[in-house]
Design a protein around this ligand. Structure first.
Ligand code: NDP
Length: 244
């Protein structure tokens, strides 16, 4: 497929949900993917499913800058370059601020914001040297709207959009593309990251009744990647038709 075949793509959060489904679509379209997340067993199972070498699975905690750099360096060592960095790893600890779930606040900022920053930091030097590359950063409908219980999560996902837009303007001289994908409710393991009592059951119910399949996201990735090099798809916002 144009602009996908033989592209080297690093995906964080590839052990489940959107990341795993995107890897499936990309491999089918001829890309060379490197899978990152903490659960190495899940990554290795996916690599096997996709007929990839064991080295395609790489254990990484995106809150650790050095580990994210090691993931990207590993991909370049394996394939000689990196064409696309998908900063997808994330969690959604929805809860009203008054619940004071401090550990979740920290975790959400560390994974959803700093994890994306470390991914940018790791891939950018390669993209600059190559004078080509594409960032695909994952925001959310919650990066466009704010609901009760969504302060920290929305703050993290608005941040992804802010960082991405600044990045887009900065990296123009290097021919680097910057894409933000903002999904609504998609059927993945994400509701399991809601820990607050009451909120978790409500979110699980909502997803059960309304979420759309993960291939909706994967097709957006392929669409953004497959454009001619001089076309930069900056943002795609999508959601289930029934979602507010
Ligand atoms: P999942 O829970 O299925 O996947 C989340 C992924 O993030 C897992 O692979 C998990 O891997 C990884 N992850 C979490 N913490 C870390 C960490 N510290 N280091 C490395 N990897 C980590 O959810 P989704 O696939 O839905 O989520 C993917 C992205 O999509 C997230 O950024 C989410 O906010 C966003 N999104 C999802 C929506 C949805 O409805 N599904 C809607 C809007 C946005 P592991 O635990 O193995 O490390």
């Amino acid at each position: 497929m144009q602009n996908i075949s033989d592209k080297v793509v690093v995906i964080t959060g590839a052990s489940s949900g959107l990341g795993a489904e995107t890897a499936r679509h990309l491999v089918k379209a001829g890309a060379k993917v490197v899978l990152g997340a903490r659960r190495l067993d899940r990554l290795e199972a996916l690599a096997t499913e996709l007929g990839l070498p064991k080295e395609a699975a790489f254990k990484v905690d995106v809150t650790d800058r050095e580990q994210v750099k090691a993931l990207v360096d590993h991909a370049v060592k394996l394939h000689g370059r990196i064409d696309v960095m998908i900063n997808n790893a994330g969690l959604m600890p929805l809860a009203p601020l008054e619940m004071l779930r401090f550990d979740e606040w920290d975790q959400c900022i560390d994974v959803n914001i700093k994890g994306v920053l470390w991914g940018i930091a790791a891939a950018l030097p390669y993209f600059k040297a190559q004078k080509s590359g594409q960032f695909i950063n994952v925001s959310s409908v919650a990066g466009h709207t704010i609901s009760v219980g969504g302060a920290i999560y929305s703050a993290s996902k608005y941040s992804v959009r802010v960082i991405s837009e600044a990045l887009r303007k900065e990296v123009k001289p290097y021919n680097i593309r910057t894409t933000v994908l903002s999904p609504g409710a998609v059927d993945t393991e994400l509701p399991a990251s809601v820990g607050a009592p009451g909120v978790n059951t409500a979110i699980a119910d909502y997803y059960k009744n309304n979420a759309i399949p993960a291939d909706s996201f994967a097709r957006c990735v392929l669409f953004a990647m497959s454009q001619p090099e001089n076309i930069d798809i900056n943002e795609i916002l999508f959601r289930p038709t029934v979602q507010e």
